[in-house]
Design a protein around this ligand. Structure first.
Ligand code: UDP
Ligand code: MG
Length: 319
């Protein structure tokens, strides 16, 4: 029998876990042709998330869990989970029931038809502000343009991945990660299914605008050096213009002498160039920062406890 792993990153999800597990368990009971593994990743929750997961594990041997040593963020939580899943296919699903588990059988069906990455695309995004929708749309459009990697729009991390895609993703040890860009990068046979994204069942979103902006910058800097190339072009363009202006000034001064006007235009040029230089220094800094972070070669996460439902408790550490 094939095994489907369900990977659930959870951070302070106490209010929804019970509901989520009931729905997952019901589903697993209905889909009898497959074994299920529910792998919870407790991402350093401050509430009783871990306690609840341990309860599940006690009652149900399909439940495994990883307890991370602190909060590492969802991106890292997901890679930790992917390192440990054992199924022939893995479904990544949010704990807050925004991703309906009832979609999983359809995903499995498409997987059996030969697709490696069945991702759920949102038909609607209930409960999200137009600003969030709009910025996210523009961002992914730009990302796609500059990376030349086709990126699935309106798609989150809710998807089914074949074992070989999971194995491919395990090789990505970037510390500043953007899973969506990685899913796109690895390729394989992709298939979308449409769904309506529900509102969070309970609890609070863990995303804030600053966090989203950081994720967006990581998405770009980890996949393309295009911004550096753009600074090269802009730098070259500005230099050429400056040179032409210089020629113009030299000629004008030679033939027509000089008057001491021109303070405003001088200020404008100085301020403009100063701004451009600072901006590009910042861009270079982003990349230097990435080099710094990646060369440290630190483990991506640390595990305090790994419980495998099928075998007796053991602790194991792996980067
Ligand atoms: N999550 C996590 N670590 C974090 C933040 C979030 O594992 O530091 C999990 C969270 O428990 C949920 C999923 O990531 O299962 C999505 O988080 P959330 O619902 O807050 O994001 P949104 O749906 O608002 O994009
Ligand atoms: Mg959510």
């Amino acid at each position: 029998m094939k095994t489907i792993s369900v990977l659930i990153p959870a951070y302070n999800e106490e209010p929804v876990l019970e509901k989520l597990f009931t729905r997952l368990a019901n589903l697993a009971n209905e889909v009898k042709e497959y074994d299920f593994e529910f792998l919870f990743v407790n991402d350093g929750s401050k509430d009783n998330t871990l306690g609840i997961i341990k309860d599940f594990a006690e009652k149900d041997s399909r439940v495994s869990y990883i307890n991370l040593s602190r909060n590492f963020g969802k991106e890292i939580g997901m890679i930790a989970g992917l390192d440990y899943v054992q199924g022939d296919a893995t479904v990544i699903i949010d704990a807050d029931l925004q991703d309906p588990p009832e979609l999983i059988p359809e995903m499995i069906k498409l997987w059996e038809e030969g697709y490696d990455d069945v991702y759920a695309k949102r038909r609607s995004r209930e409960g999200e502000s137009w600003l969030k929708k709009y910025t996210s749309k523009m961002y992914y459009r730009t990302l796609q343009k500059i990376t030349h990697i086709p990126i699935q729009e309106d798609t989150g991390d809710f998807r089914l991945l074949d074992k070989r895609v999971v194995e491919a993703i395990r090789q990505f040890r970037d510390t500043q990660r953007n899973a969506k860009a990685i899913f796109s990068w690895v390729g394989f046979h992709k298939k979308e299914i449409l769904y309506d994204r529900d509102e969070r069942a309970a609890g609070m979103t863990k995303w804030s605008y600053p966090k989203l902006v950081n994720l967006a910058i990581d998405g770009i800097t980890s996949f393309t050096t295009a911004p550096l190339r753009i600074s090269t072009y802009v730098g070259a363009g500005v230099s050429i213009l400056a040179f032409l202006y210089l020629l113009f000034l030299v000629i004008r001064t030679t033939f027509f002498g000089t008057d001491l006007a021109g303070y405003p235009s001088m200020m404008a040029v100085i301020l403009f160039l100063g701004g451009v230089q600072l901006l590009f220094l910042g861009i270079i800094g982003e990349y230097v920062g990435r080099i710094f972070n990646e060369t440290k070669q630190r483990p991506l996460y640390l595990i305090e406890e790994y419980h495998n439902g099928k075998t007796p408790k053991k602790t194991r550490s792996k980067n």
